[in-house]
Design a protein around this ligand. Structure first.
Ligand code: HEC
Length: 137
């Protein structure tokens, strides 16, 4: 892997993902999804990997750097400012396009935006990733 691709904690998270999923593709959240995804969800799954989201959002049962995507769509999310919102399409798209707009309780501001600045992900890519998130139940 090129040395500049992932740094520090991210490299560790990717290594942990590979260690966890590498020989066990059947584990939850270790794609490929049975039967394969199609359309926007499939493109979103590719974006999730290609844009580096997988480095922080891969886990559902251990200690991920960012919140898990499994079961996220439609769930209630507690934010650091005390509000509780429903993770609908609009919230998810804006969380991707403007990572510092809403901060999830117990996570640090700046962790995601250090890697994903506004403009890094296009609106179209964000919608595809949201379609992918919807498949993770
Ligand atoms: C460097 C680690 C990191 C990377 C890379 C990263 N994120 Fe995040 N993400 C976080 C953290 C930490 C949070 C929680 C804090 C916050 O709300 O900003 C978060 C929050 C989110 C949320 C809101 C989740 C919730 O539970 O409400 C979404 C959606 C999201 N990220 C999508 C993405 C997508 C899509 C990508 C790839 C383009 C990505 N993230 C890349 C760390 C990361």
């Amino acid at each position: 892997m090129p040395s500049e691709l992932f740094k520090g904690d991210e490299a560790e998270a990717v290594a942990a993902f590979v260690a966890r999923c590498g020989d066990q593709p059947g584990l939850k959240n270790c794609k490929p999804v049975k039967g394969g995804l199609t359309g926007d969800a499939a493109k979103g799954q590719d974006g999730f990997a290609d844009l580096g989201c997988v480095g922080c959002h891969w886990a559902d049962d251990t200690d991920p750097i960012g919140p898990t995507f499994v079961g996220l769509h439609g769930s209630k999310v507690k934010l650091a400012d005390g509000r509780t919102i429903t993770a609908d399409d609009d919230y998810l798209v804006s969380s991707i396009l403007e990572p510092d707009k809403d901060i999830v309780l117990r996570y640090a501001r700046g962790t995601m935006s250090g890697r994903v600045q506004p403009g890094f992900v296009t609106h179209g890519q964000a919608k595809q990733i949201v379609a992918y998130i919807k498949t993770l139940k």
